[in-house]
Design a protein around this ligand. Structure first.
Ligand SMILES: [Fe+2]
Length: 283
């Protein structure tokens, strides 16, 4: 039996997870967040401290840190956390698509840094983390890197699927595709048993409501507002693309992409200071 512990990052509405075997205490971490204050350009590890406190108090043996995709809305804590815990990190093999595109866009050379991740996951790969076995499902569409991670009866879907009242992740990032997302959800996720638990990468609670982070495959198939079991591909693609046209870029997009194509390492200026490049659009 596994236990799933969630952590909600209020500033970016992101959910991180620690999953562990109740008996062996073998554990994995999914989507840790590095805190970033845009106004003061300050990076800190308050959220990682919370994860580490739980890991320590529950005496967990973390084996692997996994990012479900290259996040555009927050800085990945994968690199900082793996240095603290002395463990490896992983992401889907579609990562290189995003890294290639955004390293050109932001004038970054990944070869000047440590490898972004230690492992690149392929479709249907099984990953053993002590007594935990993770089955990898590549579920691109929101981004080319998106990966869902199946552990026992729980599937961690990142932004491939949201709570039924929210729908699913946007598809207007480079190499995103509503058509591909439809295939990923209907062929990879909706073919899982209805009772399987789905853990999502975001929620957007109003006021002081608690975030919702868990649903099931059956509930999603019955009532997801964007893609339920009867939604046609044409309808989904049309409505997803129409919705995408109304969305603003994520607040931290420029900052997050530069850090996240390095797996959470902070870019450096030529003189060695931590810094980020701000590309300008000149009209
Ligand atoms: Fe995302």
């Amino acid at each position: 039996m596994i236990t799933v512990k969630h952590f909600f990052h209020h500033e970016t509405k992101t959910l991180s997870y620690i999953i562990y075997d109740n008996h062996s205490k073998d554990a994995v971490v999914i989507d840790p967040v590095l805190d970033f204050d845009q106004k003061t350009s300050t990076v800190s590890s308050v959220s990682l401290d919370q994860l580490c406190a739980h890991i320590e108090s529950s005496r967990l043996n973390v084996h692997l840190i996994i990012d479900s995709h290259v996040h555009a809305d927050h800085l990945s804590g994968a690199h900082a956390l793996k240095k603290r815990l002395l463990v490896k990190s992983a992401i889907g093999e579609g990562f290189f698509n995003s890294q290639k595109y955004f390293s050109r866009f932001y004038d970054l050379n990944p070869a000047e840094y440590e490898p972004a991740y230690d492992h690149y996951l392929s479709h249907h790969q099984s990953v053993n983390c002590g007594s935990l076995t993770i089955k990898v499902l590549l579920t691109p569409g929101h981004t080319p890197t998106c990966t869902s991670l199946l552990i026992e009866d729980a599937v961690f879907v990142g932004d491939t699927l949201f709570q039924p009242y929210l729908g699913c992740g946007r598809t207007d990032f480079p190499s995103g595709s509503a058509s591909t997302l439809y295939e990923s959800i209907t062929k990879q996720l909706y073919t899982l048993p209805d009772h399987y638990r789905v853990f999502t990468g975001h929620d957007y609670p109003q006021n002081s409501d608690e975030p919702q982070y868990q649903t099931t495959i059956g509930h999603s198939k019955r009532s997801n507002i964007m893609l339920n079991a009867t939604t046609s591909k044409d309808d989904f693609v049309r409505e997803r693309q129409a919705r995408d046209q109304t969305l603003s870029p994520p607040n931290l997009l420029v900052y997050a992409m530069q850090v996240n194509i390095l797996g959470g390492q902070l870019p450096k200026t030529p003189s060695g200071k931590h810094g980020l490049f701000m590309p300008l659009t000149v009209l």
